[in-house]
Every structure is written in structure tokens, then in C-alpha cells.
Write a new protein. Structure first.
Length: 155
């Protein structure tokens, strides 16, 4: 019973539902990511090896498919790993720090955790990014594009 309750409260994200609007003002090194049709929002702790690995994997795929990457962390800038500062300075990812409220808005209780959204903020996928392959990301985006085309052709 306790496991069911714990997993039920672990996140506030549902597929095809709109995710909470990100009200981000504390961008690391002043880099704000450009708008894109698809966004990966990654919730991490910068000292966690699984978080580093999943972020680097997602970044490599995101650059191939044109998806922007936003990294959310609860840590203050002085405690962030140098690898995050480097990603931000290179313009590879927007890093938002000191964001306990964003974790709370999304109901995130563990990291790494990720959400892929379309430009209307609808969740296409959510979960542990270490279980997400390049092919799955490409398939999610392709299926979403096909769905949009079908909707437009029916009008």
C-alpha cells in the first residue's frame, strides 16, 4: 500500500496534458535557451553520476533533433558542478538554479527525472531519462508531428 501511495505522489505530469508554465528568472551564466517546438526539461542534482550521464545523453540527441534542453536544479550556483557551467556557457542547455519551487510545481521528488514537451507545453514523455533511448525520442517527435498534421487535415 505504501509503495502505491509513494508512486502516485511522485509526479504531477500526465501524457498529453499541459505541464506547469516555467517561470524562470535565475539562468546560470545568463544563458536563456531559444524557443523550440520540443523541449526536454531535466530535473537533476549536479553531483549525481546518473544525472550527469542522462543529461549528456539527452543533449547529444537534442542537438540532432533540434530539441531545446532546460536543466532544473535546486542547487545554488556556487554548488553546481563545473560541467553545468560549461554547458551553459557553450549554449548547449539553459540551466535554472535554486529551483525548489519548480520541482514542487512538477511534483518531482527524485532525480534524474525528465519531461519532453511540445510547443504547447503538452507532455509527450516523462520519467527516468536513463531509460530513454535516442530512437524513442525521435519516435515521440515524429508521432507528435504526424498527430498535428492529422488534426490540421481534418479541419
Amino acid at each position: 500500500m505504501a509503495l502505491c501511495v509513494a508512486s502516485a505522489t511522485a509526479q504531477n505530469v500526465a501524457t498529453q496534458e499541459r505541464v506547469p508554465r516555467l517561470k524562470l528568472h535565475k539562468w546560470l551564466d545568463g544563458y536563456t535557451p531559444a524557443e523550440s517546438d520540443y523541449t526536454y526539461i531535466g530535473f537533476i542534482h549536479s553531483a549525481s553520476v546518473p544525472c550527469v550521464e542522462s543529461t549528456m545523453h539527452i543533449l547529444s540527441v537534442a542537438e540532432q533533433v533540434g530539441m531545446r534542453v532546460i536543466i532544473i536544479t535546486k542547487e545554488s550556483p556556487q554548488y553546481l558542478g563545473e560541467w553545468l557551467h560549461s554547458l551553459s556557457r557553450q549554449g548547449r542547455a539553459g540551466v535554472h538554479h535554486s529551483s525548489a519551487e519548480v520541482f514542487a510545481d512538477y511534483g518531482i521528488e527524485y532525480a534524474p527525472y525528465g519531461v519532453i514537451t511540445d510547443k504547447r507545453r503538452r507532455a509527450l514523455w516523462f520519467g527516468n531519462p536513463n531509460r530513454l533511448s535516442r530512437n524513442q525520442i525521435v519516435e515521440l517527435i515524429d508521432n507528435n508531428k504526424k498527430s498535428i498534421k492529422r488534426c490540421r487535415s481534418q479541419k
